[in-house]
Structures are given as C-alpha cells and as structure tokens.
Design a protein around this ligand. Structure first.
Ligand SMILES: *Cc1c(COP(=O)(O)O)cnc(C)c1O
Ligand code: SF4
Length: 375
C-alpha cells in the first residue's frame, strides 16, 4: 500500500518540505469544501445553487486560481469554470454520464483502450481543481478512488501483455495532484515495459496550482521515456506569471508541451479570446495548441455548449489568423467511442475528376487541377 492520499489531501495533513510549502499554502487557502464557498462574494443566484450543484460535482479551487477571478464581473471567465451555478441543475435530454464512452472500452479497472497504440490510465480520480464542465465528473464524484499501487496492478499487467501499446496517457482525475513518490513509482513501472515509448500526462495543475510544478515533481517524471505534458488552458487570463514559470520548468526538463482547450460558451467562444489564448500558449508558454474540443455531452452543461457551426466558424477564423504552430485542431469526441474526429472547416467546394474548386484562407475559391503520377 502506498498512499490513499493525493497531494492536495497531503497539503491538508502536512508535514511539508520546503519546496512544497508554496503549493500546499495554495491548497489550504483555497476552496476545499462547499462551506468555504460561503466566504466568497458570490451572487445570490450562485449562493442559492451552491449546495445542490456541489452535490452533483465536487468543489475544489486552489487560491492561485481563485485569485485570477475578477469578482466585479459576474460573467468572469475564470469564475464561470469553477463556481457552481444554478444552470448545472438543468439536465438536457441526451446528456450522458460517460460522454465519451470511457467505460465501454475498459478491459480492466483504471484503463481505457480504444486505439491500438495508446491507452488511458487513471492513477487517481481526484483533481487539484474541479471544473464545472468536466466530462468525467460522474467518475470523479466517487469518494476516494485515489492512487494505490494495488489499484493499478491489473492495468499495468494489461499494458505489459499488449505489445501494440506505445503511448500511456495518465489522466483521471489529475495525475499531477499525486505526490512525487507516487508519480516516480508509476513512471518507473511504465518504463519497465519495454514496448512503451511515450508517457503522456493530461493535467490542469500548471493552470490551477502552478506552484505544484516543483523540481521534485519534474525529477519524478524523468527517465527513459519521452514525456509529453498536455496542459488544459481555456482562457488567456489563466496564463499567469506562475503558470509561465511552471511551463518553463517542464520545458527545461525536456518535456514536450501541448495544450487542449475546451470550447465553452461565455468563456472562450470568441475569435479574439481564442486567438490571444493560442498565441500566448505558444509564444509565452512554449505549449503548442493541440486540440480545441467541442463541448462534451456532460450533464447539466448545455449553458456552456456552443453549436458545432459556431465552433467551425471559430476554427476557420483561427486558421486564417494564426500560424500553423499556433493552430489547434477542432475535434468532437464521439459518445459511442468513435474517437476524436476533426470537425474543422472543409475547404473543398466542388470536385469534378481531377478538377477541384478549393476555397483559400482569404475566402476566395480557386480552381486546382491535380497532376499525379500514374501506374
Ligand atoms: C483522447 C484519447 C486518446 C488520445 O488521443 P490522441 O488523439 O492521440 O490525443 C486515447 N485514448 C482515448 C480513449 C482517448 O479518449
Ligand atoms: S482537472 Fe480535468 S479531470 Fe479534473 S475536473 Fe477539471 S477537467 Fe475534469
């Protein structure tokens, strides 16, 4: 048995080492329980919704993230992502507990295998911050389900028995909410499996609890494997000096940084916001915009979902304005396990044999005749 506790729980319990003091303070001074929300300057509507909304999805907000909220703005994009709202209580027909079909493709506990060469591994179902729009919130409401060595044994045995698996994606929950020791142990177990080439970590810690990216955490992840950290920034206001420092540490450790963004109505569904976000991600954080996700069918989230047509218009505008490396791919994760399918705009207007009509980035349609080698 290693530890039932995740790092945020450890912060509440202590003891601390010097390098960990900063983020542990952030956790302790943040929102840890529903009752902590009462001390925030919430609107009467938010206050009325808090108890019930919090019963649907856990509440946790580190101080570093709370401090980014402009409380004078009722529609603040940081506030919208973490403060429970009455809108969440309205479930729409067709919304799902498992919006992307994780469970249908889970041959053993804590693992999802949908694409031959890569698996999702869930070392913990706890997070440093709980986002109201989370597509895994139904998994995360279960009490506990933190990391233990025993809980991962069947998943690790499965990976070892499947030589086609080249990438192991730690997700959850938030893997970087685990203690360094647990991360080092998981990394060592995975790198002992010879056919695994790359370790990927999907995390919101650089956004919400950036001080957690300590030298100890970085060292825990270094070893034989290529490491890719996939961050989750949704708004340019989340790019703080602390987030920049966290990303710099991760890059200097030799990790590849990518970012996924969830398209959220009222948070980032404007060309200007997404354009600034993608530029700052690449130019300031060195984090390549990877996916722009269409909002999943998570329960009670209709108020944050755009239409697909709105998403496509945004993706087309971004393609015209941003360099290739600053451009994310707009995708929808199909509910029945169909995977992440690109929904980006289609530039082909018409085709007749080898003659194509293709729209340019300036909107003008051009003729293009293909000339290809023949057998
Ligand atoms: C998202 C996801 C992946 C990773 O997909 P990429 O397109 O490689 O980022 C792998 N497996 C499952 C089940 C997923 O949902
Ligand atoms: S950090 Fe990720 S897994 Fe956790 S609540 Fe937010 S979106 Fe969901």
């Amino acid at each position: 048995m290693t530890s039932h506790l995740d790092a945020t729980a450890l912060a509440e319990a202590g003891p601390t080492t010097e390098g960990d003091a900063a983020w542990q303070d952030d956790v302790r001074a943040g929102v840890r329980h529903v009752r902590d929300l009462a001390e925030l300057p919430l609107s009467p509507a938010e206050r009325a919704a808090v108890q019930e909304a919090a019963s649907r999805h856990k509440v946790r907000i580190p101080k570093a993230y709370l401090d980014l909220i402009d409380w004078k703005d009722p529609a603040d994009p940081i506030r919208a992502q973490v403060i429970p709202s009455a809108d969440e209580l309205v479930a729409s027909e067709g919304e799902l507990d498992d919006p992307i079909g994780d469970h249908d493709y889970s041959p053993v506990p804590r693992l999802t295998h949908r694409h031959a060469d890569r698996v999702l591994l869930f070392p913990t179902y706890q997070c440093a911050v709980y986002c109201r729009f989370c597509f895994r919130k139904e998994s995360l409401t279960a009490i506990g389900r933190g990391y233990t060595r025993e809980a991962l044994e069947p998943a690790l045995a499965y990976i070892a028995a499947h030589p086609e698996i080249r990438e192991v994606i730690l997700t959850g929950g938030d893997p970087l909410s685990l203690p360094d020791k647990a991360l080092a142990e998981i990394r060592a177990r995975i790198e002992a499996i010879a056919h695994v080439r790359l370790l990927r970590i999907h995390t919101r810690v650089p956004v919400a609890l950036p001080a957690r990216i300590t030298p100890g955490l970085v060292a825990a992840l270094q070893g034989r494997l290529m490491v890719t950290i996939v961050t989750h920034f949704n708004h340019p206001r989340e790019i703080s000096d602390a987030a920049e420092a966290a990303c710099r540490s991760l890059r200097q450790a030799g990790f590849v940084l990518l970012n996924q963004t969830v398209l959220l109505k009222g948070v980032n569904d404007s060309v200007e916001v997404l354009e600034e976000l993608c530029r700052e991600l690449m130019y300031r954080l060195g984090t390549k915009p990877y996916y722009l996700h269409h909002g999943d069918l998570a329960r009670g989230m209709a108020h944050r979902r755009t239409t697909i047509a709105e998403g496509q218009a945004l993706a087309e505008a971004l393609r015209a304005r941003l360099s290739g490396i600053c451009n994310p791919v707009y995708v929808i994760d199909l509910p029945d396990g169909g995977g992440k399918v690109p929904l980006g705009p289609c530039y082909v207007e018409a085709r007749d044999g080898e003659s194509w009509r293709i729209r340019g980035l300036d909107g003008e349609v051009r003729d293009y005749t293909e000339i290809a080698g023949r057998r």
